[in-house]
Design a binder for this molecule. Structure first.
Ligand code: ASP
Ligand code: MG
Length: 426
């Protein structure tokens, strides 16, 4: 069995859905497990619906629900000539139930409510795509991730119960796949032992593909995307990007750790554990090779990769009592940072100074100043960029530091990290 994952962009309108059918047809004779995300920007829209519901903003709530309903109906009207098909009733039911939620008692657990509602995006997309594949003559079944992927109760960031999930795939998914050519399931969600829906964190559909492949011992996973594969930099920041043909799991994990956003970071571990290769391929040119992620590290060093994080802020702490930065100070600094839930992108120390780099948009500068000012002198610099280069050489460093001032540089054998600031003309 092969596992495919189609993200929101690959099912964003009727033509995109038709393209999915075209791609799966290329694999006639194979058994496919297919994971699909919500259509287009539906997850964001569903988030706004939950917000409106929890804020008791009735007008926005109903406006947003009807906007999402017509978005899906527009796609369906284009996909299905026969308006009496069951799928129309199914989709209408999902939206009537969603609409009716406004009359329920006021939700007291936002995260719980979020998961019950936001997950409907994937329920809708998988139902529509399955119906379309069937009307196009393919033998596709619908599988409910809310009975397959068992999780804990950490709503919005649920952890998978691997043992039960693997069992569920063996007793419920694989036997059903015997009867069909493909089974379509929802990305990014699971269920608790009480039968409530959970989600696995934003952009978690890749991870679902990893879970499915792991549990069913799939032959490979393919993530179909609107890019030719994994590139060595984000084209948004870089001209002349190069596609990485073949990299190791280890390299892909490193790249996603530093911020490359092509694959959800949790996806790779289950695949690596069972040596299941992952392909990232273009849904526009499915015949092209894309990127293969697998166990061998032999080609990792061939092409340098660049990862840019913008809007960074660098804090430096110096103990007021002039004590050295040693373990005692460090644990005090980390304890304080944990209180503001700071996610550190880079850190460095000298005898009297400890520096950390954070995402500017995720920190409350005043809260940090207040938290540290009793014992530390604090300085900070905002508006910085963090550049990470994997498999760097001097030339690549020069390339990214043209017209830039380097504030800090860290190098290991394989990775260079630079905090830079755009030179301001005087
Ligand atoms: N639809 C979910 C999201 O947009 C999951 C995913 O697309 O991976 O976050
Ligand atoms: Mg998405």
């Amino acid at each position: 069995m092969k596992v495919f994952k189609f993200g929101g962009a690959s099912v964003k309108d009727a033509n995109a859905v038709k393209n999915v059918a075209k791609i799966v047809r290329l694999f006639e004779g194979e058994k496919l497990g297919i994971v699909i995300s919500a259509m287009g920007k539906t997850t964001n829209a569903m988030e706004s619906i939950v917000d409106a519901l929890c804020k008791r903003d009735e007008e926005s709530f109903h406006a947003l629900v009807s906007e999402r309903k017509s978005f899906h109906l527009t796609i369906m009207n284009e996909l299905f000539g026969d308006k009496t098909l069951n799928i129309f009733d199914e989709v209408n039911t999902v939206f009537s139930e969603l609409s009716a939620k406004f009359s329920d008692p006021i939700p007291d657990n936002f995260d719980f409510e979020y998961d019950q509602i936001v997950s409907l995006g994937e329920v809708l997309s998988t139902k529509i795509v399955t119906a379309f594949l069937n009307t196009s003559g393919l033998k596709a079944g619908w599988a409910d991730a809310r009975t397959l992927i068992k999780t804990d109760r950490k709503y919005r960031e649920a952890e998978v119960d691997w043992t039960t999930t693997e069992e569920r795939f063996h007793t419920d998914f694989l036997p059903r796949l015997e009867q069909k050519d493909m089974l379509i399931t929802q990305g990014f969600m699971g269920y608790t032992s009480e039968g409530f829906t959970t989600t696995l964190g934003r952009e978690g559909s890749d991870f679902t593909a990893g879970i499915l492949a792991y549990c069913c011992n799939a032959e490979s996973v393919t993530i179909w995307k609107d890019v030719p594969g994994m590139l060595n930099a984000d084209p948004k920041w870089f001209d002349n990007t190069i596609k990485l043909d073949k990299i190791s799991f280890k390299e892909a994990i490193e790249l996603s750790y530093y911020g490359a956003s092509v694959i959800h970071p949790k996806t790779l571990k289950p695949l690596k554990n069972k040596s299941i290769p992952l392909y990232v391929k273009s849904f526009i040119h499915p015949e092209n090779d894309g990127t293969m992620i697998q166990s061998s590290t032999s080609q990792d060093h061939l092409i340098p990769s660049f990862i840019f994080k913008m809007d960074q802020i660098l804090f430096s702490f110096t103990p007021k009592d002039f004590s050295f930065i040693v373990e005692k100070n460090l644990s005090d600094i980390f304890d304080r940072l944990a209180k503001v839930d700071a996610k550190i992108n880079l850190m460095q120390n000298t005898a009297l100074n400890f520096s950390i780099l954070l995402d500017e948009k995720k920190v409350d500068v005043d809260a940090i100043l207040e938290l540290f000012e009793d014992s530390y002198e604090i300085r900070y610099n905002a508006g910085l960029e963090l550049v990470t280069i994997r498999h760097y050489d001097q030339q690549t460093i020069e390339r990214v530091t043209v017209d830039k001032e380097v504030l800090l540089e860290q190098k290991t054998r394989e990775t260079a990290r630079l905090i830079v600031r755009q030179n301001v003309a005087i």
